[in-house]
Design a protein around this ligand. Sequence first.
Ligand code: UDP
Ligand code: MG
Length: 311
Amino acid sequence: MNKLVSIIIPAYNESANIPHIINAVKDTFTNQLYNYEIIIIDDGSKDNSIDIAREISLNDLTVKFIELSRNFGKDQALKAGIDLATGDALVTIDADMQHPPSLILEMIHQWELGYEVVYAYRQEKNPHAKLKNKIGSKLFYKLVNFLSDINLEDGIADYRLIDKKVIKTLSQISEYELFLRGMVKWIGFKQIGIPYTPSPRLIGESTYQIKTLIKLALHGITSFSVKPLYTAVYLGFFLSFSSILYIPYVIYSFLANIEVSGWASIIMTIVFFGGLQLIILGIIGIYVGKMFMQTKNRPNYIIRSTNIQQK
Ligand code: UDP
Ligand code: MG
């Protein structure tokens, strides 16, 4: 029996791209000794992505769809695909053709060599990216790596193959706020990265903006470590200690009747420490918020319709 590879494609307003990506994936698999299924996850698109996917699935048994009840976000959409996929391995790939589908075979090759996770990372600086996105993404990886316990490679993409074993493990993890890029790294197993050069988006606009990236960075950091809390404690120690060193000087200037003009420095100090305290309070808040969301135990996604037999 040939092995089955599930191709997971999250789609948010991708009606124009869906036929292309499906064809590209099918082309990749022609004359290969693998069976495949293509799973399109419609992440609450505002356009008719789901109708297109459904229509294709009627004539093509390898194409399946999962329609989510609303827009849950890419990671949640991917999780839906991961949970419902039946393959011996699965490959997650963007719908907009930015991830060259030809790489799937290379991933499968590495998988056959025994790797359980094969991820793609951007090799060259993406010539199509805008400057703000480039800086944003650099900063993103630097910040996440510095402030958390996982080490993400620069340019690591949501384009990866994962083995059945890893799929099972991922399915069992029920974290409300998903960050798959970090999670897959954290999970371990035998992993290998292969470089790729991203293509420009085929049709439409990217939904990610700098704002989303900042949110993602905060999320990535706080999901995988309590380092920021420790940093706050160390900072507190350092500042208290410095102020203790400063006290003798203040007493001395009082006793020696040295006149100090203090307005500017006091205002600056108040503003600075006010800000610092708010930041730290915010960091604690993020962790508390995460606990709150997690204890409610809501599902990552809700399926409105699918043509996949659920496990
Ligand atoms: N996507 C999704 N849900 C969302 C946003 C995006 O499923 O809320 C999908 C989108 O359809 C595409 C992939 O995630 O297949 C990557 O999105 P995009 O191209 O907008 O991001 P970028 O390539 O800029 O990282
Ligand atoms: Mg894209």
